[in-house]
Design a binder for this molecule. Structure first.
Ligand code: SF4
Ligand code: SF4
Length: 327
C-alpha cells in the first residue's frame, strides 16, 4: 500500500474517531520536526495536572509500565533497545508494584508497553488487574499490531471489558506485515475494541546513535552509543517530557532513561559508554509526594546529555535479523 493510499485509508475511509487520528498524526509527525509545538501542550495541559491532591497522591499526565523486554520487530533506534533484549517482567511483580504506586500516583493515563506487550504470556491477567488497580485512569496499550490477528479470544474480551484502547504503532511497509495488521484490525473492529494507528513507518526521531568503532558488548552486532549533548538543548528537543515509567519500586522520569539503565543491567549496553545515564537516581515508593512532584517538574537533568541536542530524524528501518546477517 502506498503512502497516499495509507493516508486515505486512515482519514477518509474510516471516518470514525477521525479527530483523534488527526491529533496523533499532528502530535507525532509535526512534533517530530517542530518540537516547539509541544510547549503549549506541556505548559497548558501537562504541567497543570502535576500537583498533590487532597488524598496526598501526585497528579500527572501518564505513567507507563514496560511489561516485555524483547520484541518481534527489530526497529533501528528502538527507544527501549528491544531488538537486542529478551524476556518479560513477571506478572506478579508488576501487579504488586501497581498496587503500591496506585497509593501515590494519580495519572490521567496508564499505559502497558514494551517491547511488544502481546508477547507477554500473562497479558490478559495484566490487563484485568491494571484496570482494577488504575480504575481512575484511562487505559492504553501500545503495540506494533503484528500479533493481533492471533491474539486469544479471552485476551480480546479482557481488552474490551476493561475499555483498554490500543495504540498501534505501524512500523513497516512490508506486505506480509500489512496482511497481519489488516487481519488484526478486522478482529478489533469485530470485538468492538477501540484502537488508533500511530504513524511510524517513514521516519523516527533517534534518541541515540550507532558507532561500531567504539567497543560495544561482546556478541552484539549493533553498538548503540549515547549523545553527549548540552542537557538543556536535549531537553528543549525532548518530546517525551511526560513519559514517566514505573520500574518495581522506582519511578523513572522517562522511558529512554529507564530502558538504557535496564539494557546496561542486562548486558546489552556498554556501562562505560552509558555511564551518564546510570547516574540517575529515581524516586522510590519511600519518597514523599513532594519528592515525586519535584521529579515530574524537573527539566534538563544532567542525564539528558545522553539524548540528541537537536532533533535527529532517521529513516524508519528494520535491523537485519540474525539469519539475514549470516547470508
Ligand atoms: S515495535 Fe516498538 S518495541 Fe518493537 S522494536 Fe520497534 S520500536 Fe522497539
Ligand atoms: S533523558 Fe531527558 S531529554 Fe532524554 S528523553 Fe529523558 S527527559 Fe527527555
Amino acid at each position: 500500500m502506498s503512502f497516499l493510499q495509507s493516508l486515505k485509508k486512515t482519514f477518509v475511509d474510516d471516518p470514525k474517531r477521525r479527530t483523534k487520528k488527526i491529533y496523533y498524526w499532528c502530535f507525532h509527525v509535526l512534533g517530530m520536526y517542530f518540537s516547539f509545538l509541544y510547549l503549549p501542550y506541556y505548559y497548558l495541559y501537562v504541567r497543570r495536572l502535576q500537583r498533590i491532591g487532597k488524598d496526598g497522591r501526585v497528579g500527572m499526565m501518564q505513567v507507563a509500565s514496560l511489561i516485555v523486554r524483547g520484541c518481534n520487530l527489530r526497529c533501528e533506534y528502538c527507544t527501549t533497545f528491544s531488538p537486542s533484549r529478551k524476556g518479560v517482567f513477571p506478572a506478579d511483580d508488576l501487579i504488586a508494584s501497581y498496587r503500591e504506586w496506585r497509593k501515590k500516583l494519580k495519572p490521567q493515563f496508564f499505559f502497558l508497553s514494551g517491547g511488544e506487550p502481546f508477547l507477554h504470556p500473562e497479558l490478559e491477567r495484566l490487563v484485568r488487574e491494571s484496570a482494577k488497580i488504575w480504575n481512575e485512569s484511562k487505559l492504553r496499550l501500545i503495540t506494533n499490531g503484528l500479533l493481533l490477528d492471533r491474539a486469544k479470544p479471552e485476551l480480546l474480551r479482557a481488552l474490551r471489558e476493561t475499555a483498554f484502547e490500543l495504540l498501534v504503532t505501524e512500523h513497516t511497509f512490508e506486505p506480509k506485515h500489512r496482511k497481519k495488521l489488516d487481519a488484526g484490525y478486522a478482529r478489533l473492529k469485530q470485538e468492538g475494541i477501540p484502537f488508533v494507528v500511530v504513524p511510524s513507518r517513514l521516519t523516527w526521531a533517534a534518541r541515540y546513535q550507532y558507532d561500531n568503532e567504539k567497543k560495544g558488548m561482546e556478541g552484539q552486532d549493533e553498538n548503540p552509543v549515547p549523545y553527549n549533548s548540552d542537557p538543556r538543548m536535549a531537553w528543549n528537543h525532548c518530546k517525551v517530557c511526560d513519559c514517566t515509567a514505573i520500574n518495581g519500586d522506582q519511578l523513572y522520569k522517562c522511558v529512554p532513561l529507564l530502558s538504557a539503565n535496564l539494557a546496561v543491567q542486562e548486558g546489552i549496553l556498554n556501562a562505560d559508554l552509558w555511564k551518564a545515564a546510570l547516574t540517575y537516581s529515581p524516586p522510590t515508593l519511600r519518597s514523599t509526594p513532594e519528592e515525586i512532584l519535584e521529579l515530574l517538574r524537573r527539566q534538563a537533568m544532567p542525564e539528558c546529555t545522553v539524548c540528541p541536542g537537536k532533533t535527529a530524524i532517521v529513516p524508519a528501518r528494520q535491523l537485519p535479523s540474525n539469519k539475514e546477517r549470516m547470508n
